[in-house]
Each structure stands twice: as C-alpha cells, then as structure tokens.
Design a protein around this ligand. Structure first.
Ligand code: ADP
Length: 174
C-alpha cells in the first residue's frame, strides 16, 4: 500500500492544489492531504476551516483523505505509515525553498522520499495568496477555486470589511 502525504497550508485550497491531488490519486493507493497549522503565516482560515474546505473540495476522490497536523512533518509522515511526501512545483521560484525542505527532511529521515508534481500549465501561476488578494479587492475567484471555497472567501472578507467599518451597517436615519 503506497501512501503519499501532501502537506501544506491550504489557506485556502485552490484548483492548483486539486490538480496535484488528482494526479497523485491516480499514482498512489492513498493520498493524505495534510493541512499544517503554520503559525508563522497568520492564515485567513483556521486549521479546522482549511481542513473542512479541503475535505469539501476532494469529496469525490475515494482514495483521498484530509487530515491536519501540528507536529514536525516528518514525524506525522512516519505516524501515518507513509513513505512519500508530495509537493507541487509551479515555477523556478518554488525550487529554492522546496529543495531546502526536501533535503532537510531527508536528513531527518532518509526512508521518506519527497516527490514533486507539476500542475496543468493553466494553474502554474496560481497561489492561495493571489486568490485571497483578488477576493479581498472584490474580484471573481470562481476560475481559481471550487464553489465552497469561493463562498467561504467571500463571507470571510465581508466579515472583515464589516469589522473594519462597523458604521456602514447602521442606518443613516435611525
Ligand atoms: P505551503 O505553505 O506549505 O507552501 P501551500 O498550501 O501554499 O503550502 O502549498 C502546498 C504545496 O502545494 C506546495 O508544495 C506548493 O508549492 C504547492 N502548490 C501551491 N499552489 C500550487 C499550484 N497552483 N500548482 C501546483 N502546486 C501548488
């Protein structure tokens, strides 16, 4: 049984991530999408929200499971009995960091291999950060994320706008 762990922040999951997941689901018996806490990045969605959105987006893929973890990645991978860490590569700009991460993980446990997959060319420019920026500025993110993710993004930015400008909700008369 070949199990691959696909770790990331998934803040939120995009069609780029999903493209990698679909390709991996055809190659491995089981793919675990592992949502990382990532305290450094100040995510827009909580760990639970990110995992729930990833689960909604991958519901139709029978051998894909969504989980979350707060520990060291390599410990999590061992605990899940996986031998492969999956990462996506978009452009040369991803390489430097991914290279560092892969070799560090290998130094910790050289029984675990990191494998890279490239998404469909139309998704090579896509990142969670850009999707959030488009949505924050009122743009349509439906070409980039599945419908439940679009709804969650729009709701979150509407909440943040209301919190920033509470007066906008009050009637001018009353
Ligand atoms: P992290 O914070 O760990 O980089 P991300 O959620 O941003 O988490 O990304 C998880 C993995 O998915 C990374 O390997 C990243 O390079 C990859 N990835 C992100 N967006 C895309 C995309 N559009 N196409 C392919 N891989 C992607």
């Amino acid at each position: 049984m070949q199990v691959a762990v696909y770790p990331g922040s998934f803040d939120p999951i995009t069609y780029g991530h999903l493209d990698v997941i679909q390709r991996a689901a055809r190659l491995f018996d089981r793919v675990i999408v592992a949502v990382a806490e990532n305290a450094d990045k100040r995510p827009l969605f909580s760990l639970e929200e990110r995992a729930a959105l990833a689960a909604a987006a991958t519901r139709d893929l029978a051998n894909v499971e969504v989980d979350s973890f707060r520990s060291l990645l390599i410990d999590y991978v061992e605990r899940r009995g996986a031998r492969v860490i999956l990462r996506g590569l978009r452009a040369v700009s991803d390489f430097e960091f991914e290279f560092q991460l892969a070799l560090t993980n290998r130094r910790i446990n050289d029984q675990v291999e990191t494998m890279f997959m490239m998404p469909r060319d139309t998704y090579t420019f896509l990142s969670s950060r850009i999707v959030k920026e488009i949505c924050r500025l009122g743009g349509d993110v439906s070409p980039f994320v599945p419908p439940p993710v679009r709804e969650a993004l729009e709701a979150r930015y509407a909440e943040l706008r209301r919190a920033a400008h509470p007066d906008c909700n009050r009637s001018h008369i009353g």
